[in-house]
Write a protein that binds this ligand. Structure first.
Ligand code: NDP
Length: 294
């Protein structure tokens, strides 16, 4: 059994990007830039945005963090997005979700230029993914695909069972794995909460991708021997032995499932660290496209 080390893989990707940026700087070229837009005081969102900005500065990207008051009007937010669509310093625009209730999230996502949609949430990006065109793919599914590549995991003709159908994880990873491309070309099943007997499906999986948000839901008797397990879930469970009073666990009961698997991602340290690495990669890609360098 191989434990997939997302932390080390993400670090390797960041280093590769840093070397590319150093190369650009050495010849006096511009560097990629990412602007993040945060609305309101959601503590978790603030942490996410901080780590994205920090990751940018570590590899030499330009970055800017816009922090707006929670009562900003939709109109003003849309105007700010438009301003950054036209700003040549920034190649990626990330509006941190969720937005306050009085703002229409779809409208804001659709206002981002598809050329700068490094989160891959714009309907044009999603449509391009579905029809197999090169596009920005949302960062967590892109990170999972990158793990298949970097660990040279055979996916062609394999049965991939995705548990979860969210727009940010389940649907895009299912669409990636369906493409007639390297490290994809799989037979894909998508499950959701209406599945009456989930284990009927999970037991058939050569590759199981769990993105449910249900702590340790997938047990050892729900998978077959040799399965590849990608655990996307991040769940807090009470743990009095920890100073903070909780532990993080995935959607998979790791200690039961790991002995049966050929590859498995741990939580934390599996899929999680790949998300920001893919955001940086998408920003670099946007930079190349905008500057017609690829
Ligand atoms: P959502 O809550 O949006 O979606 C969960 C999906 O799981 C839904 O489609 C739901 O079905 C399905 N589901 C829930 N319970 C069951 C069940 N008992 N049987 C079958 N299907 C079920 O979650 P997200 O996709 O946003 O996130 C999933 C998990 O991944 C969360 O733990 C989240 O924290 C984590 N995550 C981690 C990221 C990272 O590593 N960087 C990034 C994004 C998410 P239905 O549609 O019918 O409700």
């Amino acid at each position: 059994m191989t434990i997939i080390d997302g932390k080390a893989t993400a670090a390797a990707i960041r280093l590769e990007l840093k070397e590319k940026v150093d190369g650009l700087k050495a010849v006096g070229k511009d560097v990629p830039g990412l602007v993040t837009i945060l609305v309101g005081d959601n503590a978790a969102s603030e942490v996410y945005v901080k780590s994205k900005i920090k990751a940018c500065s570590e590899i030499g990207f330009n970055s800017k963090a816009e922090k707006l008051s929670g009562d900003i009007s939709e109109e003003k937010l849309l105007a700010l997005v438009k301003k950054y669509n036209d700003d040549k310093t920034f190649h990626g625009i990330l509006v941190q979700l969720p937005l306050p209730k009085h703002i229409d999230e779809d409208k804001v996502i659709e206002a981002i230029s598809p050329a700068k949609d490094v989160d891959g949430f714009h309907p044009i990006s999603i449509g391009n993914l579905v029809i197999g065109k090169d596009t920005f793919v949302s960062c967590t599914p892109a990170g999972i695909h990158e793990l298949f590549k970097r660990y040279n995991i055979e996916t062609k003709g394999k049965h991939v069972v995705v548990v979860g159908r969210s727009n940010i994880v389940g649907k895009p990873i299912a669409n990636i794995m369906l493409q007639k491309k390297d490290f994809a070309n799989s037979i894909v099943t998508i499950c959701h909460s209406a599945a009456k007997d989930l284990s009927y499906y999970t037991k058939q999986a050569d590759i199981l991708i769990a993105a449910m948000g249900r702590a340790e839901f997938i047990k050892g008797d729900m998978v077959k021997d040799g399965v590849v397990v990608i655990d996307v879930g991040i769940n807090r469970v009470e743990d009095s032995s920890k100073p903070r009073g909780y532990s993080l666990v995935g959607d998979v009961a790791y200690h039961e499932v790991a002995p049966k698997s050929s590859f498995i991602t741990p939580v934390p340290g599996g899929v999680g660290p790949m998300t920001i690495a893919m955001l940086l990669q998408n920003t670099y890609k946007a930079f190349l496209k905008i500057n017609e360098m690829n």
